[in-house]
Each structure stands twice: as structure tokens, then as C-alpha cells.
Write a protein that binds this ligand. Structure first.
Ligand SMILES: [Fe+2]
Ligand SMILES: [Fe+2]
Length: 183
């Protein structure tokens, strides 16, 4: 688990946005573990997830371009910063996703948001959601319109997983995270 909760609290006051950051943190460390990465990398992947939307509340139009200066003050690595820049529209940050960390961050961000939105409609939240259900629900254009489907499918290509498998992994990761209140 990351040690950067002070930073999160300083920059983000909206509890739902904080929860989104916790969710992406958990999804990222889950994958780092699944990929058998080192303890240090598991920590770094979690940090990238936790801090990826740090400037969103205060600088929505510049997000995430304010993040590098904030994180450098805390000696957070350039790999984490590049991964965070890589989750945004390329025309805004001009940072390709070259590392696995960057590709997975992009893949966890939008889809975890969609899964949460879907789970919140269900009586037993995440317990009522599975990969096949999410795959189907993604085709319902009227639902969670803010979630960019193209980004979700592009991200799946980048990490080489199918939607059902990736969704099931994210559900497991979020299910274990009691901060989210979704199970
Ligand atoms: Fe973002
Ligand atoms: Fe995000």
C-alpha cells in the first residue's frame, strides 16, 4: 500500500473521487502482484493508481499536466509520472504508454470506473457483477455515458487481455478493498 495518502487528502476533497483513486490503487497493486513483480514495483504501481487523478479537482482543464511538478517535490519516480501522463489524451500530454505500468494504469482507470457505476446500481454491489455482465453492459450506450468505451477496448489490446478476464480481475481487486464499500 502506498504512503501517499497525505498528498491525496491535500489535493482531493470529493469522497467519490478519492474512492476512485483507492480503487485504481488496488487494481494496480493487484496486477503488479499477479505479474509477480517485486515488492517495490507493487508499491510503485499502487502509487501510480492512487495519484493518477491528483490535479483533477483543482485543474480539470489541465489534468494531468500539473501532476509532475507536485510529485517531483515528493521524489516520486519519473516512471510513475510518465505512467500518469500516459493515462490522459495523447494530445494533452504527448506521453506514449511505453511501460507495463503505464499500459495497466490506462487499462484499470476507465474500466474500474465503469464497474463501480454498474455495481452501485445493484443490491449487493460488486457481488452482483461479473465479467459477462460488464461486457454486455458496455454496449448499453445510455449507461455511464462519461466512460469512453474506445479507451477501454484500446487498453485491452495494449495489455493483451479480454474484457471478461480483465473485468474479473478488477472485481477481485476492488472486492478486497474495504475502503470502497462495494462488497
Ligand atoms: Fe484521469
Ligand atoms: Fe481516473
Amino acid at each position: 500500500m502506498s504512503k501517499h495518502y497525505d498528498l491525496l487528502n491535500k489535493w482531493i476533497s470529493n469522497p467519490n473521487l478519492q474512492k476512485h483513486c483507492f480503487a485504481v490503487e488496488s487494481c494496480m497493486s493487484y496486477y503488479a502482484r499477479l505479474l509477480n513483480l517485486s515488492e517495490k514495483e507493487i508499491e510503485d504501481w499502487g502509487t501510480a493508481g492512487l495519484l493518477h487523478d491528483l490535479d483533477w479537482e483543482k485543474y480539470p482543464d489541465e489534468h494531468p499536466n500539473k501532476i509532475p511538478d507536485i510529485l517531483r517535490e515528493y521524489y516520486i519516480s519519473e516512471e510513475i509520472i510518465d505512467a500518469i501522463l500516459g493515462h490522459a489524451y495523447p494530445e494533452r500530454t504527448n506521453t506514449p504508454r511505453n511501460t507495463l505500468m503505464a499500459k495497466y494504469l490506462f487499462a484499470c482507470d476507465e474500466l474500474s470506473g465503469f464497474i463501480v457505476a454498474y455495481a452501485l446500481m445493484k443490491p449487493n454491489k460488486l457481488l452482483d457483477v461479473d465479467g459477462e455482465g460488464v461486457k454486455k453492459k458496455l454496449k448499453d450506450k445510455a449507461f455511464a455515458r462519461g466512460v469512453n468505451r474506445d479507451d477501454i477496448y484500446k487498453a485491452l489490446e495494449e495489455i493483451g487481455l479480454d474484457i471478461v478476464e480483465h473485468t474479473e480481475n478488477l472485481i477481485k481487486a476492488m472486492h478486497e478493498d474495504k475502503r470502497l464499500g462495494l462488497s
